[in-house]
Each structure stands twice: as C-alpha cells, then as structure tokens.
Design a protein around this ligand. Structure first.
Ligand SMILES: Nc1ncnc2c1ncn2[C@@H]1O[C@H](COP(=O)(O)OP(=O)(O)O)[C@@H](O)[C@H]1O
Ligand SMILES: [Mg+2]
Length: 322
C-alpha cells in the first residue's frame, strides 16, 4: 500500500483536506487552541473552540490572516492535526501533499508552510496557487491554450488569475475576502442604527447588498429596517478592489487570450462566490458571462487533490519556494 495523496486548502476561515482514494474530507475552522508552556498540547478547529470556552488556560490562535501566515506555532499545530487526522492510523507510508496557498504569499511564509507539512510527517509537499487549484476543481482544463479567468473569494482573501497552457497569464492576490463586507455591514448597523446584529442576521442582511443595486429592497434585521439603497455605498466600497483587480488582469492579458476569457466566461469559486448578485456585478465589470461553481467552498481543495495525481503534468505550477 502506498502513502495517501492529500489535497489541502489552507483557507482563512476553514482548513480543508481531501484524501484521494477514500474521499475523506476534513473541514475545520482554521483555529487552534494552545497552552502556554506546554508545547505538545494543541487542539484543532471545533474541538479547540469548545475546549477554550471551558478552559481559560487555553488560548485560541488563528494562524492565517488575509491568506498569510501570522502565527507559525499555530500553523504547525494546525497542519499537524489536519495531516494526522487525514492519514489516520496507517503511518508506515508517508503522504504526498499538495497545499493550496494565496498566490501572493511571500517566500518566508511558503517556507513556513512547507516546514510545517514536513514536520507533520509528509513525504513530498508541493504548493499550488489557490486560483490554479480552484480552476482545476471547477473542471477547467488548465493545460488548454484557451485562457480562463478564475476568481476565488474566501473569507479573508481573494485570488484572481487568467490561466492558459498550465501557466498564469495575469494574476492578483487580495488580502481581503467576503468577511470584510459582513464586518462593514455589522459596523454600519451598530453605528447608524445602534443595533448589534448577530452573525446569522448579518448574513441574512447581506442578501440586500449586491442583490438590488438599482431596485429598492428592504428587510428587517435585529429589529431595524435596512434598505438596499442605504447599504449600496458599503457594497460599492467593498467591491472596488475586486473591480480594479478584474480590470487589471484583463488589461494585462494579451487581446487574443482576453477574447478567450470573455468567450469562456468568468468562473467564481470560494464561499464568497455565494454572495447574492455578485455574479451579475462581475459580469458587468468583466463584460462577459459569469458562472458560480457548485459547492464553491470546496473547489480549491478538490483541485489540490486532483493535482496530486497529476504532478508530472502540472509541475510547472508547483513551487517549493518563491
Ligand atoms: N451567502 C453568502 N454570501 C456571501 N458570502 C458568503 C455566503 N456564504 C458564505 N460566504 C462567505 O464565504 C466564506 C467561506 O468561504 P471559504 O472559501 O470557505 O473561505 P476560506 O477558504 O478563506 O476559509 C465565509 O466566511 C463567508 O464570508
Ligand atoms: Mg476558499
């Protein structure tokens, strides 16, 4: 029996691991609980959140922020738990990993991810840009000469890339994602209406946001009436960096490939792709059709797992270090 092949997505909100062959899926909040002075003690995800709620000697740490590593000890613990659980009891053969990371991640951070994966007991580790993994997960043939534009919107980061012939033609990597809009919405409700909306109310209110830029839509959330007109400036401000990034990558794409992109349409992945009305907004900005993949949150990890089986074909896009 050979070692397992794991696709890993180090999401800002959720760490996901797919074990090829078994299809086992790990999806845990990207958080670990650590105890000072006890380096061997750590918990991952939901278990960490639950334990820390009852034990004040535990501290919760989020290793990723804006798609970058902000806490290396927490990253090591997170990768260790994710890999161990995916590998299970069978430890004789070490696993091969493909880990999707933000394309703008620095060399230092890439090294930290590779280190963590090596210490977690992997045989080989490759890093793949999240947008390429997302494209593969969306079923796009990245080896094709025809260009595609993929946008992966996570909780705390956004990756965009025009891809063709296994390569990146133009790309942008933003350190903001869908959560930023929710934060602005919550702040607006607190400052303007004096209400503190819970997470579910904020998510519900988000349906007013991009959904109706030109028509008036209203809804009651946390006891106050909010309207799409009132919230429009928040959305415009939030989407400005995405709009600019879409325009930039298209401008950097040679005309023939740009025609491919507009012919094929833009593909939206990541949980942020679920924002109602975003599809229409991006279509207007890019000047072409837009498709949201089904189960958009899992697209990147599915692509990473598919890439483990295609190391030879895809080697050009893997980086040990940058
Ligand atoms: N209906 C929705 N509208 C807008 N954003 C959403 C919706 N559902 C989920 N999201 C966003 O998607 C994020 C999760 O996306 P995901 O790709 O899993 O993030 P990451 O990979 O960065 O961990 C959530 O944090 C939330 O911000
Ligand atoms: Mg994601």
């Amino acid at each position: 029996m050979l070692g397992k092949k794991l696709g890993v997505d180090l999401g800002t909100a959720t760490v996901r691991v797919i074990t090829r062959g078994e299809g086992t899926l790990i999806a845990e909040p990207s958080v670990v609980a650590l105890r000072e002075g006890e380096p061997s003690m750590s918990l991952l995800g939901l278990a960490a959140l639950e334990a820390a709620a009852n034990d004040r000697s535990l501290v919760l740490r989020h290793p990723l922020h804006g798609g970058d590593i902000t806490d290396r000890r927490a990253l090591s613990a997170l990768v260790h738990h994710a890999v161990s659980r995916a590998v299970g009891r069978q430890r004789i053969f070490k696993p091969d990993l493909v880990i999707a990371v933000r394309s703008g991640m620095s060399g230092d951070n890439r090294r930290a991810v590779l280190d963590a994966a090596a210490r977690a007991g992997s045989r080989t580790v490759y890093l793949i840009d999240a947008a390429i993994a997302a494209a593969i997960g969306a079923g796009i043939t990245v080896t094709s000469p025809r260009a595609h534009l993929v946008i992966d919107i996570g909780a705390g980061k956004t990756d965009l890339a025009v891809l063709a012939l296994e390569g990146t033609v133009a790309s942008r990597s933003l350190t903001t994602g869908a959560e930023e809009l929710f934060d602005h919405l919550a702040t607006h409700a607190a400052e303007v209406h004096g209400v503190s909306l819970d997470r579910a109310e904020v998510h519900a209110a988000a349906r007013l946001l991009v959904a109706a830029p030109h028509e008036e839509r209203t809804g009651e959330f946390g006891g106050v009436l909010l309207s799409s007109h009132e919230l429009a400036p928040l959305v415009t401000a939030h989407l400005r960096s995405l709009d600019a990034a879409v325009a930039d990558v298209l401008a950097e794409t040679p005309p023939a490939l740009r025609r491919d992109v507009t012919g094929n349409g833009v593909v939206l992945t990541g949980g942020g792709a679920r924002l109602e009305g975003l599809e229409r907004h991006v279509a207007a900005v890019a000047g072409c059709s837009v498709r949201v993949v089904s189960e958009p949150e899992g697209c990147t990890v599915r692509g990473a797992a598919l890439a483990v089986d295609n190391l030879d074909v895809l080697k050009r896009n893997f980086m040990y270090i940058r």
